[in-house]
Design a protein around this ligand. Sequence first.
Ligand code: PMP
Length: 285
Amino acid sequence: RTVYVNGEYLPETEAKVSIFDRGFLMADGVYEVTSVLDGKLIDFDGHAVRLQRSLDELEMQSPISKEDLLEVHRELVRLNGVEEGMIYLQITRGAPDDRDFVFPDPETTAPTIVLFTQNKPGLADNPAAKKGMKVISIEDIRWGRRDIKTVQLLYPSMGKMMAKKAGADDAWMIQDGFVTEGTSNNAYIVKGNKIITRAKSNDILHGITRAAVLRFAEEAQMEVEERNFTIDEAREADEAFITSASTFVMPVVEIDGAKLGDGVPGRVAPRLREIYLDESRKAAI
Ligand code: PMP
């Protein structure tokens, strides 16, 4: 695989980052994951805008312009022959001479930028979407700025392991009695023709897929309600689903061991998945 590190395209075995990199020492970095379908980028613009927001919120400089970033994404897709998959991008505050809590001077310490591709044939035609997924609920003990897409992913990773150990696929996190989001996705429930999802705030990541799906839902005359919901309300909903750049729309059929309805995907989530895939493919660049 060819990867991109600080301006260079290299074989992955030759790519290097300093042990003093603040991404490595302090999780002082941000990331984005953009999906690729038919060799094209899905919602590159949305990801680029959110990346800039994450950088701004952390007073971090961008080492690359949006135009060049698009070029690097396209070049990696081309070099690695990705038809379906993902592009991972990470920018950290770079590697100062020593470990220090104080941010390094951006004049002397440049950010580190890394991109690599992940080939995932069958991403769109994922059999998991036909079966639906199982989630458990866990307490949300992450920090208070989940709207910034940082590489601080230890708790989401632990949540995924808790789910795995419980025989489930993912965990929905609960704060003050209400569902925030999944470990790496936004969470939704469906009641009748109404799609309910938590409103944007510092408590959740503002999903790029979330924005697109809510827009498509409204265009398809579905009702969207942005509000908090409890795990009990979710268990009694007609349907539930998640969204993310790597899973698109994925039905949830079981919550904490209790089946939702018949325990198979309903009407709304599969339809939204289809619309999302169709529209995203059309708009891909
Ligand atoms: N919430 C969290 C915590 C996530 O990690 C992600 C995906 N990285 C999402 C939501 C979904 O965001 P997107 O649709 O932009 O992939």
